[in-house]
Design a protein around this ligand. Structure first.
Ligand SMILES: Cc1cc2nc3c(=O)[nH]c(=O)nc-3n(C[C@H](O)[C@H](O)[C@H](O)COP(=O)(O)O)c2cc1C
Length: 407
């Protein structure tokens, strides 16, 4: 689900040199299907022209409270009423102070006072300005009033210095907006745990056994849960996937570490979705020194790793706290996909199994999933992006959670 489609984003751009990056942000939001109305401060118009935003958004850009458009097509509070999210990116130290004080001296601050929409602030400034107690105090005030404030990046600043104060990456700002829009979603207030990636089981300090899992399915699940309002935790084996904005990441390496992390995280969770490829076996003894080659052949002795979903099922049977935990498993198989999936559903007492054929659904961006339910006929889906499979999984989880409240 693309929760930006048709949403009305009001983007306030202020007089930071990073204002040029807001053009990219406006472009990303427009491409995702959002309606973007840009309001620029006077300072911002010194950095980039309103025309740049107008071309990208196909909408008039507002630069003044008292403008020819005012009170006809666009009144001074029209955008405030229409906004689903009000974003200020980049936010200067000056606008942050004005917002904290509740001034209404230009169209950005006037809209901020008039809008009931959630507000996202993406600061950008020199380190000393950002770290100044005045700026920090104003940001704390805005947070206390419910605004979401992004942490600026660290690195090269326009002055040539290194430090904190870079505008967060426009892609991260888009993710933060998606998270804010998710506040009204069907997983709002839910805590969900997702596992991802292929575990690594050490043979010696330089070698390990692993599999081809990329982690993509788990990360798409985490993003989709966040966009529906959930507090999402991803427990991941080594994966190149970047941490989605607003998702808590717990890094693990081995199957045993993943078991410990899952048991700790599910205690207060509403759902667990196990998309990780956990090694069934690990070397019986990992050598502390690098194994040297000598004989022509060598035999590895392997020992069974614990089955995490079975451990979860056992814990659920014993703990009242885990009674309502919704548990989803993934089955990746080269043969007998549905039989194996069905067996997994029953043996591990799962609410849903997502069965995927290998290699079609491994490592790539798409998956050909079949959903195996406890109480309904199975449902095959066509090959579709993993982000869409993720949303179908959360549809099932959200329905289960609703049903368990009614019980
Ligand atoms: C070239 C240039 C770059 C600037 N960059 C920043 C910046 O990144 N962050 C910031 O807080 N102020 C920056 N300023 C200062 C602001 O533009 C100034 O405080 C202005 O009053 C901000 O007004 P506004 O918030 O209404 O746009 C910059 C000024 C200049 C001349």
């Amino acid at each position: 689900m693309n929760n930006l489609q048709g949403k009305h984003i009001v983007l306030g751009v202020t007089g930071s040199i990073a204002a040029y990056k807001a053009v990219d942000l406006a472009s990303k939001l427009t491409q995702a299907g959002a309606v973007v109305d840009v309001i620029m401060s006077h300072g911002a118009t010194e950095m980039v022209t309103p025309l740049s935003f107008q071309v990208i958004t196909h909408r008039p850009v507002i630069t003044q409270v008292f403008s020819p458009l005012a009170e006809t097509e666009i009144g001074h509070v029209t955008l405030a009423k229409q906004a689903d999210v009000f974003v200020i990116a980049p936010a200067t130290a000056h606008v942050i102070a004005r917002l904290a004080l509740g001034l209404a001296d230009d169209m950005i601050t006037t809209t901020a006072l008039a809008t009931p929409a959630p507000m996202l602030i993406a600061p950008a400034m020199e380190s000393h300005m950002f770290e100044h107690p005045a700026t920090q105090q104003h940001l704390a005030t805005l947070r206390a009033r419910g605004a979401a404030v992004m942490q600026p990046g660290t690195g090269h600043l326009a002055s040539g210095a290194q430090g904190v104060g870079r505008l967060p990456d426009p892609a991260a700002i888009v993710e933060a907006i998606r998270q804010l829009l998710g506040r009204g979603g069907d997983l709002h207030g839910r805590r969900v745990v997702i596992t991802a990636g292929g575990t690594q089981e050490a043979l010696d300090p330089v070698r390990y056994l692993t599999n081809h899992s990329s982690g993509k399915m788990g990360f798409r699940l985490a993003e989709a849960a966040r966009d529906r309002g959930a507090e999402a935790v991803i427990i991941t084996a080594p994966s190149a996937q970047p941490t989605p904005y607003g998702v808590r990441r717990v890094d693990v390496v081995t199957g045993l570490q993943m078991l410990d992390a899952v048991m700790a995280e599910i205690i207060e969770a509403d759902a667990l979705v196990m998309a990780a490829a956990v090694a069934d076996y690990r070397p019986a003894q990992a050598s502390t020194q690098k194994i040297k080659k000598s004989a022509e052949a060598m035999t590895l002795e392997l020992t069974r790793n614990p089955d995490i979903l079975k451990e979860v099922a056992a814990a659920r049977a014993q703990s009242a706290l885990l009674q309502n935990l919704v548990v989803v498993g993934f089955a990746a198989e080269t043969e007998n996909l549905l039989e194996n999936g069905q067996k997994k559903l029953i043996e591990k007492n799962l609410d849903l199994v997502v069965a995927n054929p290998v290699p079609e659904s491994f490592a790539g961006d798409e998956s050909q999933a079949t959903f195996i339910y406890r109480d309904q006929p199975l449902k095959p889906f066509a090959l579709q992006p993993k982000s869409q499979v993720a949303d179908r999984v959360w549809d099932v989880v959200a329905a289960r959670l609703r049903a368990s409240i009614q019980r």
